[in-house]
Design a protein around this ligand. Structure first.
Ligand code: KIV
Length: 276
């Protein structure tokens, strides 16, 4: 269990309803992925609002070539580790590949992430009709849901690679339609990954729920990065939309605090990270 240093300023806990309030106040939401208690405690101390236990752990922690092999047991384990490093930070966990293929499976998997893992919300990829049915069932049973549209890594084979989505009028209209549908189904938060900045801005403007961008421009209501990317320790090439915040700084704490400051000030992503 994480114990706050005695001199640490007390933070108000970030809650699911609080996310909408942050959007209404125009306060940017700072999110990072996390996979263990020590990194989570650094994020908590640096003022991150939300930690996401992403199934990206399959690639950056386990060294796999995609997120598809990540199991529900993996997700429950890492979510439990992260929850021990957090006190006031909201914790979201990904539903891994095939663990939300129907509402009953999604409900059982979410129950484990919330009850055993300590998450407050689950995230799932996609916005088609059957995904919206799953979202609606989870919400009906009081499981808060974060949707994820645009580049959805669990669909890498269908998409033909990790490519920007929503380019061109038809694709943009489809993505906008899916965004409306996930909100109608009851999603409380929406991650937009690798989407043209102008499209993400207009979806953000239209929706009542907050959007969190990754490779989606500066006008989303918040930003998320894979923590190993923003510390420059991901093996291989860092995505263009990310930035090494540790470079030129003395500690992981300073790097995370600089990321949080830049997101809150609307300085990240900058022009050099924005594609599309
Ligand atoms: O799995 C993950 O880390 C994610 C973020 C990149 C949004 O889904």
């Amino acid at each position: 269990m994480y114990v706050q240093p005695a001199d640490a300023p007390k933070r108000k806990p970030v809650t699911v309803p609080g996310l909408r309030a942050m959007k209404a106040r125009g306060e940017k939401i700072v999110m990072l992925t996390g996979y263990d208690a020590s990194f989570a405690a650094q994020m908590e101390a640096a003022g991150v609002d939300v930690v996401l236990v992403g199934d990206s752990l399959g690639m950056v922690v386990q060294g796999q070539s995609s997120t598809l092999p990540v199991t529900l047991d993996d997700m429950v384990y890492h979510t439990r580790l992260v929850s021990r490093g957090l006190a006031a930070t909201l914790l979201i966990a990904d539903l891994p590949f095939m663990q939300f293929r129907d509402p009953a499976i999604a409900l059982a998997a979410s129950a484990r992430l919330l009850a055993e893992g300590g998450a407050a919300m689950v995230k799932l990829e996609g916005g088609s009709e059957w995904v919206c049915e799953v979202i609606a069932r989870l919400v009906k049973h009081d499981v808060p849901v974060c949707a994820h549209l645009g580049l959805t890594p669990q669909s890498v084979h269908k998409l033909g690679g990790y490519r920007m989505q929503g380019k061109g009028d038809d694709a943009a209209a489809r993505l906008r339609g899916e965004a409306r549908e996930v909100v109608l189904a009851g999603a409380e938060l929406l991650v937009l990954e690798s989407v043209p900045a102008a499209l993400a801005a207009s979806i953000t403007h239209e929706l009542a729920i907050p959007t969190i961008g990754i490779g989606a421009g500066v006008d989303c209501d918040g930003q998320v990065l894979v923590c190993y990317d923003m510390l420059g320790i991901t093996p291989g090439r860092r995505p263009k939309f990310s930035k090494d915040f540790l470079s030129g700084r003395g500690s992981i704490h300073e790097a995370i605090a600089a990321y949080a400051d830049d997101v809150r000030a609307g300085r990240f992503p900058g022009p050099e990270q924005i594609a599309g």
